[in-house]
Structures are given as structure tokens and as C-alpha cells.
Design a binder for this molecule. Structure first.
Ligand code: ATP
Length: 250
């Protein structure tokens, strides 16, 4: 288990290339145990690639990384047993019901892990009333909740979510925020990406704005605003995302 003083995740100078294209050019991130950390950035900034590397789904081309004290590329199985992951997109089996799918998921995933019973898990994400409906008939928001339930199946210490509320209506987004706050109260560390400035401002203990494969600015919301002498995150975000390539590569 992580403790109040141990980091959930430390990344220094992470690099990743897609062929000749440098997608990550030295990413530095610390996620403290028990905090919610937000990665913000425009389309193509490098957020998903960063998460892929942090989760052990891609091997970094440089830099150093510890996820829950482990090297996620070399110890991927141990990392996935303790880290819950919600991808930006995933393919759920359309013919199964949420209950059948989570029961199957619990049987297929790490036998050594403690699994949350499927019914409890569905209740926690607010899908109990839809447990016996085929997944193909669920709304987009309900599928997103099921993906979250999948990530929570082993009661993870660290939850990594790629745009968990993208495309959700305001009510469903608020439900997801409440669930994330509840997980934080129970000690889970959370790292998520979003395009929504309001989401970052509302949820984040600390945040980082990623721009062209680097962290352009990071800290608490107050620190970010003070450093940029601005009063809204929207202004900081705009300033960072309109920085010229020459300035960005300095
Ligand atoms: P979005 O907010 O749109 O999801 P992002 O910040 O998550 O964007 P990434 O998906 O990490 O950004 O992509 C970073 C850069 O790497 C982009 O320029 C993207 O076009 C490029 N890229 C991503 N995946 C690949 C790939 N498989 N092959 C080549 N280039 C890729």
C-alpha cells in the first residue's frame, strides 16, 4: 500500500517517439498518494501517450518512471493488479449484460487480487438498475460507467483515467465527480486527463498542462494562476496552447 508520504507515481524526463515523431519530449510528473492529479492539454498534446507509458502499455524511449514503486514496463502484471485503468476507448462485448461482463472480468483478471463482487461494483458506479440489460443497449454514459466499474474491480490503489467524462451530460459528469471524490476519501490516488478546464479546476489537487510532449506548467490551481499572473485557468491554458513551437522547445 502507498502511504501518505510515498508517491503513487514519479516520472522524470519521459520520452516516447512514434517513428520519427517525438510525441513525448521529457515529461515530468509526480502523483502523490491519495491526491487527484489532472493532465490537461489540447488534442495531440501527448496525454494518452503519457498514460500509456505510465501504465506499462508502451516502453519509454528515455527517462525514469516508478508507478507504485514499480517499473511498469518490466513489471506490467504486478502494476495492472494494483492500478485501475480507464482507456479513452474500449470495446465492450455487446451481447453480455453488465452483470455477466463484470462477473467474467472478475474471473479473468489476476486471481491473486481481491475482487469487488460484481453487484457491489455496479451499485457503486450507479448502474445496479441496468445490470441485466445487454451492453449493446446501454447509453454512452452508462457504458462509460461500466468501464469505470471494470477499472474498480480489483479495488485499485491508483486509478488512471483517460478522459473519463468526455461526452457525458452534466448530470452524469457530476455523478462521476462524486464517485471520484468518494474514492479519494477512501485513499485511492487518481490521475486523469481531460479537456474540460472546469473539471480540472473543480477536481484537481494538482494539475499539469501538457503541450507538445512536455509539461508546460504544473502545480496547484493557485500556484499555476500565480505563476502566470492570471485569474482563470482558461487564460493560462490559452497562453500555453498558443505558445509558438520555438518557445515551446526552449
Ligand atoms: P487527445 O486529447 O486528442 O486524445 P492526446 O493529448 O492524448 O490527444 P496523444 O494521443 O498522446 O495526444 O498523441 C500525441 C501525438 O502523437 C499526436 O501528435 C498524435 O498524432 C501522435 N500519435 C498518437 N498515436 C500515434 C501513433 N500510433 N502513431 C503515430 N503518431 C501517433
Amino acid at each position: 500500500m502507498t502511504t501518505a508520504h510515498s508517491p503513487a507515481l514519479i516520472a522524470r524526463g519521459l520520452r516516447y517517439d512514434y517513428g520519427a515523431f517525438e510525441a513525448l519530449r521529457g515529461i515530468d510528473i509526480d502523483v502523490h498518494a491519495g491526491e487527484l492529479f489532472v493532465l490537461l492539454g489540447t488534442n495531440g498534446a501527448g496525454k494518452t501517450t503519457t498514460l500509456d507509458v505510465l501504465e506499462g502499455r508502451r516502453q519509454p524511449g528515455g527517462g525514469s518512471l516508478r508507478t507504485l514503486g514499480m517499473d511498469p514496463w518490466r513489471q506490467r502484471r504486478m502494476v495492472t493488479a494494483r492500478v485501475g485503468i480507464v482507456l479513452q476507448e474500449s470495446a465492450l462485448p455487446q451481447e453480455l449484460t453488465p452483470l455477466e461482463f463484470l462477473q467474467l472480468w472478475n474471473r479473468l483478471t489476476d486471481a491473486a487480487a481481491t475482487h469487488v463482487p460484481a453487484d457491489n461494483n455496479l451499485a457503486r458506479v450507479g448502474l445496479a438498475h441496468r445490470r441485466d440489460v445487454r451492453i449493446g443497449r446501454l447509453s454512452g454514459g452508462e457504458r462509460r460507467k461500466l468501464e469505470l466499474a471494470t477499472a474498480l474491480a480489483t479495488d485499485p490503489e491508483l486509478l488512471i483515467l483517460d478522459e473519463p467524462t468526455s461526452g457525458l451530460d452534466p448530470e452524469t459528469r457530476a455523478d462521476t465527480w462524486e464517485l471520484l471524490r468518494d474514492l479519494l476519501r477512501r485513499g485511492t490516488s487518481i490521475l486523469l486527463t481531460t479537456h474540460y478546464l472546469e473539471e480540472a479546476a473543480t477536481l484537481a489537487d494538482r494539475l499539469a498542462i501538457v503541450h507538445r510532449g512536455r509539461v508546460a506548467v504544473s502545480g496547484t490551481l493557485d500556484e499555476v494562476l500565480t505563476a502566470h499572473r492570471m485569474t482563470t485557468l482558461a487564460d493560462v491554458f490559452h497562453q500555453v496552447s498558443t505558445t509558438s513551437p520555438e518557445e515551446a522547445s526552449r
